[in-house]
Design a protein around this ligand. Structure first.
Ligand code: C2O
Ligand code: CU
Ligand code: CU
Length: 458
């Protein structure tokens, strides 16, 4: 998307501008969850879920500190609820069925309304029928602009995700019992904005803000950029306050489901040359996920011209007085029957937090995993006692990793911590947003088979 369009999109307060030019004027339209079709392969795939009949869910644009009104209408015959991933907003707008709202039935509308406290790259997805609706397409990106223009010439949003299709482009089952009990079930068609290896034109020699979002249900992407000068400027929505090295072929960047990375990219000065976003997929050479192609005469800009992004107003934890809470993520001792109410069950439990599998979305009388006092600082020790990786996500709050038993962790503010095999990570936060906040693995098969719960802030 070119700068002019971007300004148009973000300038209309709480307006939205989609990948295909989809527009939503404030108060006049709704986000309508509906069936969709799209040519993900050579043939058209039907049975998808989106917000328009023939396009991916649009990028939703907002501005830091300005109210967003997002009425969501469900036209599907199954239930849903929409969650705004990474946004530190009021609990009753968080979109978690049975915890913060009732699931939305067919024909029902829920008026989501909130004011993003932070600028950056976020995303949205259903939190009811999560596995089916996400696997069939319902994952979109949110861009919250800084109040002041950070000085890029244009922006490019890349929504990375897989689809699991047969040869004819029809959906295969979104999950398997075998996958759910291990690393998850992987898709086989790798897309950026629902397209395989799209090419986006941007002015030669210009500065592009590249926002990469992993909205997949399972895959941990291993990414690097090729063919141009770039640096990482934000991670999981929040501007970097330190420099971290650019990933490369040998040391790619691990981006788990739910995670985001923003790059400042200097486009090639020579017309036609590209900067490529590459992914390492198991058993394959590096795959080209998307390209930024230089067009026109060179704007001759330099990354040095960019000022650092303004830091988001996230409170810094006071580590000297922080109370410690421990969480263990692993297999479940005995898989109880989940009860997901109207929100879709995978039928079994394989995973647990603190050795208890979550009994399901509609579980009544199940207490919080921890109760935190409003305004206080906490350290959470997250222990993965399984051989599988888990992107552990906390709603409503941002946290910072302190240390790991396996690696040096840069102190990057986040909402999703990717735990490696047998890793123990300590994170710190200020419990400054009241409510019941979902706390779960973002490999959806793990989430839906026990690896979820909630943390209460009062
Ligand atoms: Cu992105 Cu509870 O989710
Ligand atoms: Cu979330
Ligand atoms: Cu997991």
């Amino acid at each position: 998307m070119k700068r002019r369009e971007f300004l148009l999109g973000s300038g209309a307060a709480a307006g939205a501008l989609g990948l295909g030019g989809f527009g939503l004027a404030q108060g006049t339209s709704e986000l309508t969850i509906q069936p969709a079709s799209f040519a993900l392969r050579d043939t058209v795939t039907t049975g998808m879920v989106s917000l328009s009949p023939n396009a991916p869910p649009p990028v939703l644009y907002g501005k830091q500190g300005e109210v967003m009104r997002l009425p969501v209408r469900n036209t599907l015959s199954e239930y849903t609820a929409i969650h705004w991933h990474g946004m530190r907003i009021a609990n009753n707008m968080d979109g978690v069925p049975y915890l913060t709202q009732m699931p939305l039935g067919e024909g029902e509308v829920f008026n989501y309304e909130f004011t993003p406290p932070d600028a950056g790259t976020y995303w949205y997805h259903p939190h009811c029928m999560t596995m089916e609706q996400m696997a069939h397409g319902l994952t979109g990106v949110m861009v919250i602009a800084e109040p002041e223009d950070p000085g890029f010439d244009s922006e490019q949003v890349i929504n990375l995700r897989d689809f699991r299709l047969d040869e004819d482009g029809a959906f295969l089952p979104a999950y398997t019992q075998r996958g759910a009990a291990r690393a998850g079930t992987f898709g086989n068609v790798h897309t950026a904005n629902w397209v395989q290896g799209p090419v986006y034109d941007h002015a030669a020699g210009s500065l592009v803000r590249l926002r990469v979002v992993n909205t997949d249900t399972t895959r941990i992407y291993k990414l690097h950029l090729e063919g141009g000068d770039a640096r990482i400027i934000a991670w999981d929505g929040h501007p970097l306050e330190i420099n971290i090295p650019m990933p490369n072929t040998d040391e790619p960047l691990l981006v788990g489901p739910g995670q985001r990375v923003d790059f400042a990219v200097a486009m090639r000065g020579d017309e036609g040359r590209s900067v490529a976003l590459m992914a390492k997929l198991p058993g394959q050479p590096h795959k080209l996920m998307a390209q930024l192609r230089a067009i026109g005469p060179s704007a001759s800009r330099d990354l040095q011209e960019l000022r650092p992004l303004p830091v988001n107003p996230v409170a810094k934890p006071d580590l000297t007085n922080a109370e410690l809470h421990e969480f263990v993520f692993g297999w479940t001792p005995e898989g109880g029957e989940p009860n997901n109410g109207f929100c879709g069950s995978l039928g079994y439990n394989f995973w647990s937090i603190n050795r208890n599998p979550w009994p399901g979305d509609a579980a009544q009388g199940v207490g919080p995993l921890a109760t935190l006092e409003i305004g206080k600082s906490y350290v959470l020790r997250l222990r993965n006692e399984s051989p599988n990786l888990h992107p552990i996500h906390l709603h409503g709050l941002a946290f910072v990793p302190l240390r790991s038993n396996l690696r040096q962790l840069p102190p990057l503010m986040t909402d999703t911590m990717l735990l490696l095999k047998d890793e123990v990570v300590e994170i710190a936060l200020v419990a400054d947003n009241p409510g019941d906040w979902a706390f779960h693995c973002h490999v959806i098969e793990h989430q839906k088979t026990g690896l979820t719960g909630f943390i209460r802030v009062v």
